[in-house]
Design a binder for this molecule. Sequence first.
Ligand SMILES: Nc1ncnc2c1ncn2[C@@H]1O[C@H](COP(=O)(O)OP(=O)(O)O)[C@@H](O)[C@H]1O
Ligand SMILES: [Mg+2]
Length: 379
Amino acid sequence: MRIDRIRADGYKNLSDVDISPCPEVNLILGDNAQGKTNLIEAVWLCTGCRSFRGTRDKDFIGFEKEKSDISVDFSDNVRGQNISFSVRRGNIREKNITLNGVPVPLLSRLFGVLSCVVFTPEDLSIAKGAPEKRRSFVDLSASQIKHSFVWALNKYENVLSQRNALIKEISMGRGDVSQVEIWDEQLAAAGAYISVVRDTYIRNLSEYASMLYSELTRGNESLTLSYQSGVYRELEGSSDYAGELKDIYFKRLSECLQDDIRAGYTLTGVHRDDLGIFINGLPVREFGSQGQQRSAAIVLKTAQARLVAEQSGEAPVMLLDDVLSELDPSRQSFVLDNAHGMQVFITACDDAVMRRERRSSEIGVFGIRSGRLEEIRIG
Ligand SMILES: Nc1ncnc2c1ncn2[C@@H]1O[C@H](COP(=O)(O)OP(=O)(O)O)[C@@H](O)[C@H]1O
Ligand SMILES: [Mg+2]
């Protein structure tokens, strides 16, 4: 997958951006607060995902602008395509999104069309952060491969909030306990499916991650990943989500009902799952050094990209937002060497990374200042 052209105007501070990136490495250089992350975010929106830094829709449009327009041309092995995204002030709910000129009703419908992997300094703390971060990592990465997964996750969220509302009522002595089963049926169906998708994804990811981690540590340390489910003790590759696994899930919900009522919400389920990351058998979250935690993060991201490439047949575009400058030279090299064959966007404040990358045959260098981008000729 390769981005051929990016146009953006009015997305936050971006102004009249129109660049044709090179197929390999692209460096976006600029001081702080010039719009580097905004540019990466603009591209990211075209993958159909919500902003990786939680920007809300109302903040899409530049302070003094009337509208925000983004357009990305990209191509895979087969053909060239275009995604465009635009919103106007005063009507931010209505997003005009098109794929090859045809209107698309929802941002999430773009999922899987333009695949990118984004890596930011925040991701470096994935191994030690809250379980929620690891869950979103797994869910997002798994959705890149299995597009129907987004639907299951939404369904689960929906049913969970209805069940929680009912549990709350019951805990206050008002709701009808016999109604809980209706939600449990649906929660068990969605939850069992989510568990199977997560388990499968983590197994596949673990293979790459273990291999990459031993490469990074020259065989001195080993990394393993495991799915930590609060419902199933061991899935062992079982995939009968509509049968036995659903029944187990349902039973577990029933067993926990009294505790749930006491707590006033649903205590057990896939919304509490975690991704276990172990180095030499010990959980990194508790026992990993800062270096090990960073290495684990790098390896997870690299493995994610490999898996997308393997399963979709298209290498994703790597978006490395300000992350390389956070890493020591050997970890920088590891990330870049493993992105070989992928188109890469690197944002940074200075060109320290560029000096290393000059040996790369093709490199595009762009300077960004107050949201305006200009190609810098080198050589
Ligand atoms: N809605 C907006 N309209 C105009 N400018 C914005 C908006 N939101 C953020 N900005 C500006 O974007 C800049 C930060 O951009 P960012 O991409 O995070 O910078 P960096 O180059 O450090 O990654 C700040 O100057 C901020 O004022
Ligand atoms: Mg930034």
